[in-house]
Design a protein around this ligand. Structure first.
Ligand code: GAR
Length: 187
């Protein structure tokens, strides 16, 4: 199997990145992580790039030409698929045009509910019954592309933002690889 060369964008802890790296080392997993891009110099996730010797670089999204640098590197590493794993910036429409239907994101809510930031506090305030995660295609509108995989759990009275985050991330570690397998299964 020829694995799709994939770039993962991160901003923080990188626990989904770590999980994807581990899964992608399995023989029959459809992607190989060939590049990691972080918009945060101090992202803990960068340590996984170093640990597994995967090329990585930092982008300063305040710089005007940062998109050119991103696209240049995506081409240089022959990237054909992109995963956003806790990347907390909006992807530019230029990049989306270049990678139409080839960018996916994991979001910590049951989309279309709770797009954007602070999902857990908003869920608790609203008295939601269920929480979960969604892996979806990225399009021009925030957290609005079509869903690939969604997983949920029931919220209980003892849950707080931290427990919701923990439970959601556990589901993400299953949902993200599952979505990737689903995408490439029929190609
Ligand atoms: C993940 O839980 C992901 O759902 C969320 O950031 C976390 C990153 O964790 N993403 C978003 O909120 C995007 N809107 P990680 O860095 O440990 O993978």
């Amino acid at each position: 199997m020829v694995k799709k060369k994939t770039c993962v964008f991160i901003s923080g802890q990188g626990s989904n990145l770590n999980n994807l790296i581990i899964r992608s080392r399995e023989n029959n997993f459809p992607i190989k992580i060939s590049l990691i891009i972080s918009n945060n110099k101090n992202a803990k996730g960068i340590s996984y790039a170093k640990k597994y010797r995967i090329p990585y670089f930092y982008i300063d999204t305040k710089k005007l030409n940062y998109e050119k640098i991103v696209l240049y590197n995506l081409k240089k590493y022959k990237i054909s698929f992109i995963c956003l794993a806790g990347y907390m910036r909006i992807i530019s429409s230029h990049l989306i045009r270049n990678y139409q239907n080839k960018i996916i994101n994991v979001h910590p809510s049951l989309l279309p509910k709770f797009k954007g930031l602070n999902t857990f506090s908003r869920m608790l305030k609203k008295g939601e019954i269920k929480a979960g995660c969604t892996v979806h295609y990225v399009n021009k509108k925030l957290d609005s592309g079509s869903t690939i995989v969604q997983k949920f759990f029931y919220i209980n009275n003892h849950d707080n933002e931290n427990t919701l985050r923990e439970k959601t991330q556990k589901l993400e570690y299953k949902a993200f690889p599952e979505a990737i397998i689903k995408i490439f299964r029929n190609i």
